[in-house]
Design a protein. Structure first.
Length: 513
């Protein structure tokens, strides 16, 4: 077991400087080059290419005019799909086309791509946009052979601004200033978070010094096309927040929490000082009363002793010597008691005063209240949502970090954590549950194929999959999870924060892993 943990740490060190996982790069992994090859009598008579992007692991959207020949001559035109990662290209099949909207849907097999997510909102005036694709002028300048067109490579990105909404032959389009060229057709137009706003399709002419603008088929037209083709797709309506803005909000929240904690500490200290002063005043008053009682008692004993001695003298003068001795002895005892009582009167030592703590109004949530079945609701103001749309998560929390009765989370301070490395998706999730605040957080990293391969290699060294009461096994899991966390990029893509509360009767929400 120790050797396995050591190997995981060594692998983490090898992968200590991962590629930057920004949102546009994450979306670029789902962008492809589309190549069409026309063949007649085993001779290539036509060649064309454009761009496209995944809306499902094996489904690609592009412009209809990119695959128009394949639609017109299906027996003579081959569609090639060239991913942005890997070392292979794949053959595609046209399954839906809309000439009016200039959109087409292609199916292929052999590899699973990371689907892009549509943004259901509208870009703001002047908002920064990014176009991804394979412009033909770049290809002509860099390609050395026909093989270069079917060799996977990352798409070209260009940035511009939103210029307005227009209608092009009855179709809603977005006008923008990102530079695109022939070959960009069918590629996505993205917002800063990497969500699809539209499908690039055309450019204006820049004759006689006129500025060049680009047109993209609007997202609502794309959604209508996909719905008509019965193709499910991911969509998000939450406005984009940059990672920098989100992390600044988190720092501000942390700073506010720190200042609040300091204010509470000062308030507690002031309250404690006030309670101590009250306790001292009360103790001093009690001490004065006690001293006066002791002194009064001593005075009474002293008077009684003096009277006894006087009585003894009177008895002695009357020749009652035996009685006089007993009375004199009693008087001596009373006098001695008076002296002892006076000397034992209580002193006041305020250093020994400890105030009785008052009940706090903000008592901590009992641990049992954080266990059991929870319904967790997304907190948008604390989250950064780019490609995932989940309203609620159903969570069943066990006492030892057993989640939903099947997945063991590892201790991380007072939290429970698990690094989730799925087999089919190109993402790694850091799942965290804080019992004290009943907060569930899913921090997602959208990674490249190479990064996912290394993460899956590290995951094979994590033997504890199901729930366990073995503390040693859970401690080993925590060490292995730490090795996995060390390989993640310094900046996440998504952070989904949920507030959890005990579940009531009703249908369960989406279960967490």
């Amino acid at each position: 077991m120790a050797r396995r943990v050591l190997m995981m740490i060594l692998l983490a060190l090898v992968w200590a400087a991962p590629a930057r996982a920004d949102d546009i790069s994450a979306s670029a992994r789902g962008v492809v080059r589309i190549v069409t090859i026309a063949v007649v009598d085993d001779e290539v008579v036509g060649f064309g290419h454009g761009s496209g992007f995944a809306v499902a692991p094996n489904r690609i959207v592009t412009n209809a005019h990119v695959v128009e020949l394949a639609d017109r001559y299906p027996g003579n035109v081959v569609i090639g799909i060239v991913p942005s990662e890997g070392d292979k290209s794949y053959q595609g099949k046209l399954i839906a086309i809309d000439q009016q909207r200039d959109l087409a849907l292609i199916e292929f097999s052999g590899v699973r791509l990371a689907p892009l997510t549509l943004f259901t909102g509208s870009p703001g005036d002047g908002e920064s946009l990014v176009a991804l694709g394979y412009p033909g002028n770049v290809d002509l300048a860099t390609a050395r052979s026909a093989a270069d067109f079917i060799t996977p490579q990352s798409p070209v990105r260009s940035q511009g601004g939103f210029a307005g909404n227009r209608a092009l032959q009855g179709v809603n389009v977005l006008l923008h200033t990102a530079s695109i060229a022939r070959g960009n057709s069918g590629g996505p137009l993205l917002d800063r978070c990497g969500r699809v706003l539209g499908v690039n399709s055309a450019i204006t002419r820049g004759d006689e010094g006129d500025s060049t603008f680009a047109f993209a088929i609007a997202g609502n037209e794309l959604a209508a096309f996909l719905q008509g083709a019965k193709q499910p797709f991911a969509s998000v309506g939450i406005a984009c927040t940059s990672v920098e803005e989100q992390m600044a909000q988190e720092r501000n929240a942390d700073e506010k929490a720190r200042l609040d904690a300091e204010a509470r500490a000062r308030s507690d200290a002031a309250r404690s000082a006030g309670e101590r002063e009250d306790a001292i005043s009360q103790a001093r008053a009690r001490n004065v009363v006690a001293r006066e009682n002791y002194m009064a008692g001593a005075a009474v004993l002293l008077v009684l002793g003096a009277l006894a001695l006087g009585g003894a003298g009177l008895l002695l003068s009357r020749d009652r010597q035996r009685e006089a001795i007993w009375v004199a002895a009693g008087g001596g005892v009373l006098m001695l008691g008076a002296i002892v009582l006076f000397l034992s009167r209580p002193d006041f030592d305020q250093s020994r005063i400890v105030p009785v703590p008052q009940a706090s109004a903000g008592a901590a949530v009992p641990s049992q209240a954080a266990l059991g079945r929870m319904v967790c609701t997304l907190v948008p103001e604390r989250s950064r949502v780019t490609v995932t749309a989940i309203d609620k998560v159903d969570l069943d929390v066990g006492a030892d970090g057993c989640i939903n009765g099947r997945t063991q989370y590892a201790e991380s301070g007072t939290h429970w954590q698990r690094v989730l490395v799925p087999e089919q998706e190109q993402s790694v999730s850091l799942l965290d549950y804080d019992p004290a605040s009943r907060t569930y957080t899913n921090t997602r990293y959208l990674l490249s194929s190479a990064q996912m391969a290394k993460a899956r290699q590290l995951r094979t060294g994590v033997p504890l999959k199901s729930c366990s009461s073995d503390q040693a096994a859970r401690a080993n899991l925590a060490t292995q999870q730490q090795a996995l966390r060390a390989t993640l990029p310094p900046v996440y893509n998504e952070k989904l924060v949920y507030a959890c509360s005990p579940a009531t009767s009703g249908p369960p929400a989406a279960a967490a892993k």
